[in-house]
Design a protein around this ligand. Structure first.
Ligand SMILES: [Zn+2]
Length: 248
């Protein structure tokens, strides 16, 4: 048995999905598609972890969608280093999209312009086509809106996602949603039985949750913090020569 959220567990999950489904791109799904598995990654805290997961997926011979934020406070997507990694992820064959942080949105009525604006900014910095987006912590009203935009795929569109009120339960959904949100499997663990049971599935895996070794929630955050401290320290060291740490 491999550690939870280790690359070995991730590889097992992907093998399991591949056994039952063709993993296809969001752009290949239409209303008549009878059977599909699509995979997306919402990148919350660490471009480095997204980059490493993309490399793992490359060895597993799959292509997926990586959705990045441009308004979060944990990483700057437009740093030289991050642009280089995102371009490399794209070069492996993965698609790049916008993970829409709603922080600066005044009203849902302006959501279309907000998404178009942010995806254009992203495209201009990265010089990569941005043709898709996913919402970060979407309120119910937003999911119900089923936003459709010219040239931009919404991963919560009704082709890929079935909105259901919680009180109505999540049984008998036509499109299964499997997600590792909050480092847990609230919609069911993606084992063979679960994957086999549904003909249409959207998977959401958060790269920050997955590491080579694999950690439970609090240790995962600890290891993420340690990585970030190392990156910050190296950045400061590179930028200036008066960097110093207190002697122990
Ligand atoms: Zn998110």
């Amino acid at each position: 048995m491999s550690n939870p959220f280790s690359y070995s567990e991730y590889s097992q999950i992907i093998h399991c999905i591949k056994k039952q489904h063709n993993i296809i791109d969001y752009s290949e799904v239409n209303v008549d598609t009878k059977r599909f598995a699509v995979i997306r990654h919402d990148v919350e805290f660490s471009v480095e972890r997204a980059y490493n997961l993309a490399k793992l997926e490359n060895t597993l011979q799959i292509n997926t969608s990586y959705m990045f934020q441009i308004r979060n406070n944990a990483y700057n997507l437009f740093s030289n280093e991050n642009i280089r990694m995102v371009r490399e992820i794209n070069g492996m064959g993965h698609k790049i999209g916008l993970h829409v942080h709603l922080g600066m949105l005044d009203s849902l009525a302006e959501i279309n312009q907000y998404i178009v604006h942010d995806s254009k900014v992203m495209e201009s910095f990265l010089q990569i086509p941005i043709d898709r987006f996913s919402f970060h912590r979407p309120p119910k009203e937003l999911l119900k809106m089923n936003v459709k935009l010219e040239g931009l795929i919404n991963s919560y569109e009704d082709r890929f996602f079935e909105f259901r009120e919680e009180e109505d339960g999540f049984e008998s959904l036509q499109i299964k949603y499997i997600s590792d949100s909050r480092h847990t499997w609230n919609y069911g663990y993606p084992d063979e039985k679960t994957i086999k049971a549904d003909s249409k599935i959207q998977f959401l895996f958060h790269p920050y949750s997955w590491t080579e070794y694999g950690y439970e929630n609090s240790l995962n955050f600890q290891s993420l913090k340690d990585e970030k401290v190392t990156i910050f320290t190296n950045t400061v060291k590179t930028e200036c020569n008066h960097f110093s740490e207190p002697s122990q």
